[in-house]
Design a protein around this ligand. Structure first.
Ligand SMILES: NC(=O)c1ccc[n+]([C@@H]2O[C@H](COP(=O)([O-])OP(=O)(O)OC[C@H]3O[C@@H](n4cnc5c(N)ncnc54)[C@H](OP(=O)(O)O)[C@@H]3O)[C@@H](O)[C@H]2O)c1
Length: 236
């Protein structure tokens, strides 16, 4: 497939590399290509500067957000800082987002008052819904947002069963995304389709818990599992 990966942070880097290794043609989107190529220093989390990372990955094209959406015609993977998500989509524009399938990995984390961040949207709304409502013809599938980047692209880094949630309004888009997740190594039984895009409220509200778990384990290398009783009716 020709895939747009919009975002150059840890998510953009990990997903672009993995998808390229799987044989997809990847177009990675950034605000300003020239400026991004100059960014060589790693950040506080150890994520390489996109300028040095892209030099090490010549199979991946670094282009603007808009060009990525143009050239990555089969699928758009969205890994943008939550507070900037709508601005980034605005730079792509409605025409290129019409009828496209978008995997939304972003979270509405607001770091303006320091750490831990708060959720800028929650309870009765979510970033996934906000994006879907702003672009009704875009097929938003919210998934992978509560999983750290190395694990989202390679779930076998954790032994045993652990789950990935998925939600969205378009059944065909969800089926296509589920196939892609399986190609990354996610077991079909561990991909939990929660239903329509309003379920993004729940998966985004996992983030406050995720952040505290990262503090407890001093590592992002964990994930959540759902364990069911053999008989599901309570009291049976
Ligand atoms: N890191 C993880 O393991 C992880 C896991 C699950 C979900 N997520 C979510 O995935 C998203 C991406 O996370 P990340 O850690 O990869 O990187 P990030 O630092 O949250 O976001 C980096 C991207 O945001 C863009 N950006 C920043 N400010 C912008 C602005 N004002 N206007 C337009 N674009 C802007 C940057 O554009 P440039 O390329 O131009 O700099 C860059 O592409 C976030 O929403 C995060 O919550 C992250």
């Amino acid at each position: 497939m020709k895939i747009a990966v919009v975002g150059t942070g840890a998510v953009g880097q990990v997903m672009s590399k993995r998808l390229s290794e799987l044989g997809h043609r990847v177009f990675m989107g950034t605000r300003n290509v020239e400026q991004s190529r100059k960014r060589k220093e790693s950040d506080a989390w150890g994520t390489p500067g996109i300028g040095s990372w892209i030099e090490d990955h010549p199979n991946i094209d670094l282009v603007t957000f808009k060009e990525a959406a143009e050239k990555g015609e089969d699928l758009l993977i969205f890994g943008i800082s939550g507070m900037a998500a709508l601005d980034a989509l605005d730079q792509i524009g409605k025409d290129l987002l019409r009828d496209k399938i978008m995997i939304d990995i972003s979270n509405p984390l607001d770091f303006s008052k320091g750490f831990p961040p708060s959720l800028s949207l929650c309870n009765t709304e979510s970033l996934g819904e906000k994006i879907q409502n702003s672009y009704p013809d875009l097929k938003v599938v919210k998934t992978l947002n509560s999983i750290s980047s190395p694990i989202m692209a390679n779930p076998k880094l954790i032994e045993g069963d652990h789950v990935v949630f998925l939600c969205g309004n378009d059944l065909n888009a969800k089926a296509k995304v589920s196939t892609l997740l399986q190609s990354l190594g996610w077991k079909q039984d561990n991909i939990i389709d929660l239903g329509d895009i309003t379920n993004a409220r729940g998966t985004e509200m996992l983030l406050p818990l995720w952040i505290r778990l990262m503090g407890k384990y001093q590592s992002p290398m964990f994930n959540i599992n759902v364990v069911k009783a053999p008989v599901l009716s309570p009291g049976a």
